[in-house]
Design a protein around this ligand. Structure first.
Ligand code: IMP
Length: 423
């Protein structure tokens, strides 16, 4: 048996969906443990491209059980859409389970997300995905959230939804903001609840029984460590624990079972939304990386900010996650660059920092201290083993691994399943 956690080590969009799809070859169960449909995991199989938001990436492997754990916030309408979309394309969702304890994102959460962003001054905006993630987690912590199990009793669900929608509407109306049209929203929610009812399960039991039975389980993280509500670049973070510790609270499995933590890192860095980005490249340099890497959000389509690999931030992430294996993605994007930079330390107000400071305000003042590496100027698209990589690429990747203090386990040189090899 093996229980593996896979997490993003940067600001998300590291290519986790693809790596999970590769790792699920021998996996019995794939479990999402946090976040919601703010995530966008892209998986390319043959000439087909799929983008998943809530459904675990194991759904493409027949016979795999796929779990949406208690740590997620789930928009029922969006989940129904995603499931129907897969079924239409011939992918079975029979093995999907939705935790009865997962909290629901309801229409008023989405509006509140937009409302709060509109209230934040320029420079203080978070740049959320506007999916209602933060407000749904707020209600969870405030003990007034509605959980998936409440969809099993439609009359009670309608009553609770109406009660809360009306409370939220008072706030929106007082601010002259758009309100929730309860009469229009309820039929959509009712239809989604009916559709999802057969999938609502006590997934804490499912995960624990699988672990006890010696099954191979993979926990699929969404977003990245630098967006973790505790460990990320607060307040420019998401509202969940994206780091490996979240895999236990978000599923109900004890840390005792976890054997391996895979950290997915992109061979450079990207960030979507607002917040500090220490190695960001602007102008032509940033634009050419964005184009080469097709760096546009899978969920919102927003252009991603791009920059050099930040070993200070990634080392911190690997430490917090306890990463012992790295999956390095998008190496091919760097193929045409004559020279590459890695940030090995920060200079802030004339002082050198080799560790990430906790205060985001300081991160805005970083002058990165770079080391420069020669590029390889050869296509790596068809490389299928470590020894076939150009020597400069091997040196660059080895240096990344050394700097973040973890071993390379997987290298990815393109979006397709086949463009991946293990070491
Ligand atoms: P929220 O999760 O929608 O509240 O957004 C909070 C921050 O996390 C914003 O900067 C988003 O751009 C970012 N974010 C949320 N989900 C993802 C993701 O899956 N990839 C990258 N960034 C994300």
């Amino acid at each position: 048996m093996s229980v593996t956690v896979l997490v993003g080590t940067q600001w998300g969009d590291e290519g986790k969906g693809k790596i999970i799809d590769v790792l699920t070859r021998d996996i019995d169960m794939v479990v999402r443990f946090q976040g919601g449909n703010n995530a966008g995991h892209t998986v390319e199989i043959g000439d087909q491209k799929y983008v998943l938001h809530l459904i675990p990436s194991g759904i493409f492997r027949p016979g795999t059980v796929n779990i949406i754990g208690n740590g997620l916030v789930v928009d029922p309408i969006s989940l129904q859409d995603e499931m129907e979309g897969l079924v239409k394309r011939g992918i079975s969702v029979n093995g999907l389970q939705l935790s009865d304890k997962a909290h629901l994102i309801l229409p008023y959460h989405r509006l509140m997300d937009a409302f709060k962003e509109s209230q934040r001054a320029e420079g203080k905006k978070i740049g959320t995905t506007k999916r209602g993630i933060g407000p749904a987690y707020t209600d969870k912590a405030d003990r007034c959230g509605i959980r998936a199990l409440e969809m099993l009793d439609l009359a009670a669900f309608k009553e609770r939804f109406t009660e809360y929608a009306e409370k939220y509407n008072q706030i929106f109306a007082a601010a002259g903001f758009e309100t929730v049209d309860v009469a229009a929203e309820w039929p959509k929610l009712e239809a989604a609840a009916k559709y999802l009812q057969p999938y609502i399960k006590d997934t804490v039991l499912s995960v624990n029984m699988a672990a006890k039975a010696g099954k191979n389980i993979l926990f699929e993280g969404a977003q990245g460590a630098l967006l973790d509500v505790d460990h990320g670049t607060y307040p420019f973070v998401t509202s969940s624990n994206t780091t490996s510790g979240g895999a236990c609270t978000g599923t109900g499995l004890s840390p005792r079972y976890i054997e391996e933590v895979y950290g997915v890192i992109k061979a450079y860095t990207t960030r979507v939304g607002e917040g500090p980005f220490q190695t960001e490249l602007y102008g032509e340099e940033g634009e050419s990386l964005r184009k080469a890497g097709n760096e546009y959000g899978a969920t919102t389509g927003r252009p991603r900010r791009c920059g050099w690999f930040d070993a200070v931030a990634s080392r911190y992430s690997c430490m917090v996650n306890g990463v012992n294996k790295l999956a390095i993605t998008k190496v091919d994007v760097l193929d045409d660059l004559p020279e590459l930079k890695i940030c090995i330390a920060y200079e802030i107000d004339g002082k050198r920092y080799s560790e990430m400071p906790s205060d985001s305000k300081l991160l805005y003042k970083v002058t990165p201290i770079y080391e420069t590496h020669p590029g390889w100027m050869t296509s790596t698209d068809n490389v299928c083993c470590w020894n076939d990589l150009p020597e400069n690429a091997r040196k660059y990747l080895q240096r990344l691994a050394e700097l973040v203090d973890a071993e390379i386990g997987i290298v990815s040189v393109g979006p397709k399943r086949e463009q991946t090899f293990e070491l």
